[in-house]
Design a protein around this ligand. Structure first.
Ligand code: ZN
Length: 113
């Protein structure tokens, strides 16, 4: 006996399989059994200070002066940062800034151009 997950929409236990789909007879919700976990991970989207979704390769500007850790350098407000790369963690943007070099930024302190 295989145990099927309950319906994500109404929590019904009477779900059944139809090929690769799972179907709920109570609310007629259909979803894919495989990849449910992966899809959940993809839901984590990074957003800038005003809610634009950020993607690898985007260009952003810095919205406040940011001190560079371990140096006296400051990334000035309005600094344009090209070709960002998203990563996990507290500082979720990997980038390279002219005159400063590789560093990490927080998505909440940038704005997509
Ligand atoms: Zn349901």
């Amino acid at each position: 006996m295989s145990t099927l997950p309950p319906c994500p929409q109404c929590n019904s236990e009477y779900t059944y399989e139809d090929g690769t789909q799972l179907i709920c007879p109570e609310c007629a919700h259909e979803w894919s059994a495989s990849g449910e976990a992966e899809a959940a991970n993809d839901d984590v989207v990074k957003k800038d200070s005003v809610g634009n979704v950020l993607q690898d390769g985007d260009t952003v500007t810095v919205i406040k002066d940011l001190k560079v850790k371990g140096s006296s350098l400051v990334v000035k407000v309005g600094t344009k940062v090209k070709n960002i790369r998203l990563c996990d963690g507290d500082h979720d943007i990997d980038c390279k800034i002219d005159g400063i070099g590789a560093m990490k930024l927080k998505s909440e302190f940038v704005r997509k151009v």
